[in-house]
Design a protein around this ligand. Structure first.
Ligand code: FES
Length: 175
């Protein structure tokens, strides 16, 4: 490796600003993020928030697609267990994403790139803390290079999602 290429790799690492995508449930975490904003709590601008009706609305394919599109870390956040607006939605979220976490490890994606958290509408400071810690964690492990469309790596996401959904059903049937 030439000096130039070493320098370029170091420059990339030094200047790396992770892109974090947050799927926030409308009833709790989105309100918590809003509270963080209105309370003027500072967190890095690397975060993009997508509002969803409930954390269980997040199909695992959305997460995989985010990594394919160059996102470096994904957070799925919703109401605390027992507080879901739809009663049991976040229990499905928890089961589903335990499985997808294992699946991502299998695909070679560092599990630090994906988290689920419960953040209520009153927890603006918690939202600030969770996203700030996640950005630091992802910054430390570097850019996402797996699955990215621009890296020309192809994955059959339909197979992955079908497999995760089948596993989720097995777990749900046994709870
Ligand atoms: S409505 Fe918030 S997790 Fe279901």
């Amino acid at each position: 490796m030439s000096d130039n290429s070493v320098k370029t790799a170091n420059d990339v690492a030094e200047n790396f600003e992770p892109k974090i995508l947050v799927f926030a449930c409308n009833w709790c975490t989105y309100a918590g993020a809003d509270l963080a904003g209105t309370s003027r709590l500072q967190y890095p601008p690397n975060v993009r928030i997508l509002r969803v009706p409930c954390s269980c609305r997040v199909n695992p394919q959305f997460v995989i697609r985010a990594f394919q599109r160059g996102i470096d870390g994904v957070l799925v956040a919703g109401c605390h267990p027992g507080d879901c607006h739809y009663t049991t939605g976040n229990y499905y979220t928890r089961r589903r994403f335990l499985l997808i976490n294992r699946m991502m490890e299998y695909m070679g994606i560092d599990p630090k790139r994906f988290h689920t958290r419960w953040i209520s509408g009153a927890e603006g400071p918690k939202f600030q803390q969770v996203v700030t810690e996640m950005i630091e964690e992802v910054r430390a492990i570097g850019p996402n290079r797996k699955l990215r469309d621009d890296m020309k790596v192809t994955v059959n996401t339909d197979d992955i999602v079908a497999s995760v959904e089948a596993d989720t059903k097995v777990v749900a049937d046994n709870v």
